[in-house]
Design a protein around this ligand. Structure first.
Ligand code: G6P
Length: 609
């Protein structure tokens, strides 16, 4: 999704802005641009294409010493990817320049009005409407003009604005689209994501909705959109800039797959009390008494986070005995969900900014529900707006296809299950057994990762196939969905995930020698049923790649390839069984020459509906 970078200080802004855009590339985009105040006015460079292309058409700008500027990577919504539609946008007299994330919903009405006033437009974007509006109101006070214009717009925005005659002034404002301010001595940074500022400073302000910030090299001034002064809190980023490097891996996705022993451990560190067989989730402390009385849980999420929620449903229902529903945030927000006083809502989101999940959270809060969050990005909108929650502590996830966030979400859901289960129906000794199994997971994941070369070889055999079926049952049904999603996302191969037995009700018609099936055949109570499903695939000429439990030699008679995972209790098996599927998707995509970290049409954080 679109990225924003802004700088004001005493250094040459150009390399800082371009460097920031490069860091934000992972979010997905189709055009890039930059605006600088150069002493004579505004200097704008923008085009369709990658940041490297922008760099190649602007290399002579470096070293000119412009110290105030904004930059943007655009992911097209209103208007095709093109030079004209790329940001920054200006008003008709090029007096102000604006970059914007989000959507101005009433842009056509505003545009019509301004066209009648004789204002000339140069793009098809909703953003230009806001730029023209700010330009119309701009006299001497840029913040006042931005404030006035924002009062007229409906929709969401994270913006950065500069003016032709105001070197040393940068305005940021937000509603529904994140903005982070990096604070350092004599210079300030603005970005849509902390990763774009961490190379310069770890002190950040997470701007709140309906707040506006005026940045100058001397400091900042924060107000609400209706001009009430506020003092924002300065936070310290907990991870280092190394998290943004590939660290010797070919892709961020592979690096993140290999980080999982640590990220899973980080998600449970200090939270898993093995000797007591319980979990401690401090972020939920406020609602602990409420947790005891709940009768129903609703887990709301999108994409991979939704798959984690499905695993959570299986865990919580089995271990804690609480009825759980899993909802797509995009559906939940527009229907009329039943939320009773003893219903508790959890929203799950890696980014904490997914528009539908945020809207679902607001809808549930509006209906009086207590809404808790499971998020990775600290200070994100969802993390802030929930009544409590649990951070994943997985560090930045750069690969668009989520991997380490998924296993961290499963870890947190397992901890939650343990907490709820022990409050209700599982004994101390059963709690200890689950806790011990969870504690062993990082080591077991490391063992699976050692099979990377074997999985690469299997991927080579199947890389040319254009259709795959992923099958699993019980806890591993959501893993089948997630495995199929990984393959679709990064290799553009059609893959369907199905509960193994449901295959008979449709997908079986597709099976032939050209459609391999990836089957999760973990040793659990329904293992034999899964073997029957494998037979059904084989009988139709389909090849089977099985993910099975160590020591299971029987499976080798049924499957063409077997990838083993260590023995594990069923509830925690998704934490292990998903790893080979992540690697398989990665290597198939690599074989097919796909752009793994930035797959076409996808965005890391979907901040529009
Ligand atoms: C996008 C990403 C997915 C992610 C989904 C939900 O589609 O590409 O990887 O699972 O959004 O994102 P969230 O940040 O809310 O978990």
């Amino acid at each position: 999704m679109c990225g924003i970078v802004g700088y004001v200080g005493s250094k040459d802004a150009y390399p800082i802005l371009l460097g920031g855009l490069s860091v934000l590339e992972y979010r997905g985009y189709d055009s890039a641009g930059i605006a600088l105040v150069n002493g004579k006015g505004l200097e704008i460079h923008k085009d369709k294409g990658k940041v490297d292309h922008l760099r190649s058409i602007t290399h002579d700008v470096a070293g000119r010493g412009c110290t105030t500027g904004i930059a943007h990577t655009r992911w097209a919504t209103h208007g095709a990817p093109s030079k004209h539609n790329a940001h920054p946008h200006t008003d008709q007299h090029d007096r102000i320049a604006l970059v914007h994330n989000g959507i101005i919903e009433n842009y056509s009405l505003l545009k019509e009005k301004m066209l009648k006033e004789g204002i000339k437009f140069r793009s098809e974007t909703d953003t230009e409407v806001l730029a023209q509006l700010i330009g119309k109101y701009y006299e001497k006070d840029l913040a006042a003009a931005v404030r006035r214009a924002l009062l007229e717009v409906d929709g969401t925005f994270g913006i950065a604005v500069i003016a032709h005659d105001r070197p040393g002034v940068l305005i940021g404002a937000r509603r529904g689209s994140p903005l982070v301010v990096g604070v350092a001595e004599g210079e300030l940074f603005l970005a849509s994501d902390a990763s774009a500022v961490v190379a310069h400073t770890k002190d950040v302000i997470y701007l709140k909705d309906n707040n506006l910030i005026e940045l100058t090299p001397e400091g900042f001034d924060t107000t609400t959109l209706d001009n009430k002064k506020i003092s924002p809190e300065i936070h310290t980023i907990e991870w280092s800039v190394d998290a943004l490097a590939k660290g010797g891996f070919d892709h961020f996705m592979l690096k993140e797959i290999f980080e999982q022993p640590e990220t899973i451990y980080n998600a449970m560190r200090g939270r898993l009390l093995v000797s007591e067989g319980v979990a401690r989730l401090d972020g939920l402390n406020l609602v602990l008494p409420e947790l005891r009385g709940i009768r129903r849980l609703v887990l709301v999420a999108c994409g991979t986070s939704w798959h984690a929620a499905l695993v959570g449903e299986y865990m919580i229902e089995e271990i804690a005995g609480i009825p759980v529903e899993v909802e797509y945030a995009s559906e939940f927000r527009y229907r009329n969900p039943i939320i009773e006083p003893d219903t508790l809502i959890f929203v799950i989101s890696q980014s904490g900014e997914t528009a539908d999940t945020l809207a679902a959270l607001r809808e549930a809060s509006y209906k009086g529900a207590t809404v808790l969050g499971i998020c990775n990005v600290v200070g994100s909108s969802i993390a802030r707006e929930t009544h409590g929650g649990v951070y994943l502590h997985a560090g930045p996830e750069i690969g668009v296809a989520s991997t380490k966030a998924f296993t961290s979400q499963l870890t947190v859901l397992a901890l939650l299950t343990l907490l709820l289960g022990r409050m209700r129906r599982i004994s101390n000794s059963d709690g200890i057994a689950v806790a011990k199994a969870l504690e062993a997971i990082p080591k077991q994941v490391r063992k699976i990762l050692r099979q990377n070369d074997t999985i690469r070889e299997i991927a080579k055999i199947y890389a040319k196939h254009n259709n795959f079926l992923y099958l699993g049952r019980s806890y591993n049904f959501p893993v089948a969905l997630e495995g199929a999603l990984k393959l679709k996302e990064i290799s553009y191969v059609h893959a369907e995930g199905y509960p193994a037995a449901e295959m008979k009700h449709g997908p079986i018609a597709l099976i032939d020698q050209d459609m391999p099936s990836v089957v999760l055949a973990i040793k659990d109570s329904i293992y034999d049923k899964v073997i029957s499903n494998i037979q059904e695939v084989k009988a139709r000429g389909g090849s089977v790649i099985a993910v099975a439990t160590e020591g299971d030699r029987e499976i080798e008679k049924h499957a063409r390839h077997v990838i083993y995972i260590p023995k594990i209790i069923p509830m925690l098996s998704p934490l292990l069984s998903v790893i080979p599927l992540q690697l398989l998707a990665y290597h198939i995509a690599a074989q097919r020459g796909c752009e793994i970290d930035q797959p076409r049409n996808l965005a890391k954080s979907v901040t529009v509906e």
